[in-house]
Design a protein around this ligand. Structure first.
Ligand SMILES: C[S@@+](CC[C@H](N)C(=O)[O-])C[C@H]1O[C@@H](n2cnc3c(N)ncnc32)[C@H](O)[C@@H]1O
Length: 390
């Protein structure tokens, strides 16, 4: 894959939006909603084609993806020489400025080439070789903007990408304080998407911790681009027209309608953690838009007619905590009994969740919360289901 023509903001390129395990379908759906019609999921990500302009729009707007990367080359590599030649085949001078900070990172799995540091060194050497030849450049001060270059080698197939994001897309910028076991923002957004909740319906998190699920749902309801207030690596790339990027950001800002945020609320038993949730809401620009209160879910009743309880309860990874967690899961079942027109969705790594809850879930999605294998359980409203169904 070489790009001989000059790069403009309307040039179409292949891209990869990387995604966590089992979230590829959600990311593909998001991309299609954004107008990238050829988006199709594959293991660990979604391939799509777009102009540079639209790819930046995807960086700003994607909720569930980890990164957006421009695919520069791919091919089979069995040796360092193969990797060198593949890297060398990219017209790097079209993308990298002469003072570019060339940061190569990557991963290897089930391949002949398994040494990440050696692959990093080979890629960098090939990039510099290519620049020397194309421009006659002899010195590389690397004093300019960072260009994050990513290789991945899986089953001897290599891919070379330029990461448009820099820090992962989970870094929205609003979460600066860490409560215990917070959800990654991208996973929280995915849970919102996987749940039966749709904008306009009531949503309540009775174990809201530092508020991630609530903030992500509010962003979705208000069409708020999650990346609106953060910077992206591509805003330092010389080949990207910075005026166009500014106009794309301005368009995303206009799409934000905070007044649409209603019926999203939460509580937690811990007043200290709730103070963090308030801080995060404020930092997300959502001050006073999400009602929050100290409340034990065991006594919670909520007046709305129907809606979705969405939560990330404690998991009880240590044996000593398991009893308490199972008792809490039983309490979740009784919370839903007190609100028979509400769905309840919870993520947990505890294999005893359904037994403790007392009912099989209507739907389960296998996901990872960090390194923990989890299930996301969906219990549809009790009212209206066939008698005798358990
Ligand atoms: C895993 S954390 C939630 C983290 C949250 N999703 C975030 O991103 O920060 C679980 C939360 O459940 C809360 N909790 C535990 N027992 C509770 C109860 N009986 N009622 C309400 N909240 C409870 C804890 O205080 C804790 O904040």
């Amino acid at each position: 894959m070489t790009y001989a023509a000059p790069v403009t903001m309307d040039t179409r390129f292949p891209f990869v939006a990387t995604a966590a395990f089992n979230l590829e379908g959600i990311v593909a759906r998001e991309l299609r909603r954004l107008g990238m019609e050829d988006a199709r999921g594959e293991m660990g990500g979604v391939r799509f084609t777009a102009t540079l302009r639209d790819a930046f729009y995807a960086c700003l707007r994607l909720r569930s993806a980890d990164r957006v990367m421009l695919l520069l080359a791919q091919g089979d590599v069995m040796s360092f020489e193969d990797l060198f030649q593949l890297t060398r085949s990219v017209a790097w001078d079209r993308f990298l400025s002469s003072d570019a900070q060339i940061n190569v990172s990557g991963k290897c799995a089930r391949s002949q080439l398994m040494s990440i540091s050696d692959c990093q060194a080979i890629c960098k050497k090939a990039i510099l070789e290519s620049l020397k030849q194309a421009r006659g450049q002899k010195v590389f001060p690397e004093s300019g903007a960072p260009y994050p270059i990513h290789f991945s080698i899986h089953e001897n197939h290599a891919r070379l990408c330029l990461d448009l994001c820099g820090p992962g897309l989970n870094r929205r910028g609003y979460r600066t304080y860490n409560a215990e076991a917070p959800l990654r923002e991208t996973l929280a957004a995915s849970l919102v998407e996987l749940s039966p909740w749709r904008p306009g319906m009531p949503l309540y998190d009775p174990c809201c911790g530092s508020g991630t699920l609530l903030i992500e749902a509010a962003f979705r309801q208000a069409h708020r681009a999650p990346g609106l207030e953060r910077a992206f690596a591509c805003e330092g790339f010389g080949f990207m027209d910075q005026d166009v990027l500014r106009s794309v950001r301005a368009m995303a800002r206009e799409e934000y309608e905070p007044a649409r945020i209603t019926h999203i609320a939460g509580s937690d038993i811990d007043p200290q953690v709730l103070a963090l949730a308030r801080k995060h809401c404020q930092q997300a620009g959502l001050e006073n838009r999400i009602p929050l209160e100290v409340q034990d879910l065991r006594t919670l009743t909520f007046p709305e007619e129907d809606g979705v309880f969405l939560l990330n309860p404690p998991y009880g990874e240590r044996l000593s905590d398991q009893k308490t967690c199972h008792a809490l899961y039983r309490e979740l079942a009784s919370l839903q009994s007190r609100h028979p027109t509400w769905s309840l969705c919870a993520i947990s790594s505890d294999p005893g969740f359904e037994r403790a809850f007392g009912r099989r879930a209507d739907k389960k999605n296998r996901l990872y919360n960090g390194r923990l294998e989890c299930q996301f359980y969906t219990y549809l409203p009790l009212q209206g289901r066939a008698k005798g169904r358990r």
